[in-house]
Design a binder for this molecule. Sequence first.
Ligand code: CA
Ligand code: CA
Length: 254
Amino acid sequence: MNIPQRYILSILASFATALAANATVVDLTGSNNSGSINGAQFIFADQQPTGTGVIQSFLRVQNSPVEEGYNTSGGTPFDDKAGPWTHDLTFGDLQGSTTTINGTDYFKLLLDVNEPGGNKSLISLDQLQFYTSPVGSQTTATVSSLGTLRYSFGANDAVLLDASRNHGSGSGDMYAYIPTSNFAGTNANDFVYLYSHFGNSAASEGGFEEWATFCNSTPVPEMSALFPMIGLLAAGLATCHVRRRNAQQLALRK
Ligand SMILES: [Ca+2]
Ligand SMILES: [Ca+2]
């Protein structure tokens, strides 16, 4: 934990916000736990998720001091890390992660960042975009041509993370909740591309960063406050069943 560096970054983030009127910097370092950019919620993952839900990884990116990439089964554009954990994702896959917070439906994703310790544990997520397309396995270097843009940060938006708040690779660090309404009209068989860029204001170092879909197997507190418990359990188990089976199959191929 390096408090001076975090303090400096916080000041820089404040200046950046002031200079760019439309910029939003979500700070998930220190004791800061949540923020919102363009309708998406970004929340610190304060407990390890493997015991409370089903995660299915679909994108790993790794480079230094910056890195970028999008999930595809067609190759390794940009800084994608080859292997079974970087692959196409269908809209049907994403729908398995649907969760409701305060009456709004979101797709729930988990980001696991992996950074060195000491004063190198910070990393910035500078860009997050989602595209949908009937064409899978794309490898274009022109990200904007991937398909229909469903969600994006603004040019100066960012999320600051501190990998040392959890325990490195294998420990999720942030949940991203993307409004399902952004994906209106998408077919279940369409492909979903998640493009992310890291490192602009806090360098990417160490191991890979990994995105996964997340399926709750138990109701989250926000939901249980709003709906009858029995309905929540039924809905949660129904949406998780298929995802859990697929996750187990994927684990066997590891
Ligand atoms: Ca981590
Ligand atoms: Ca890293």
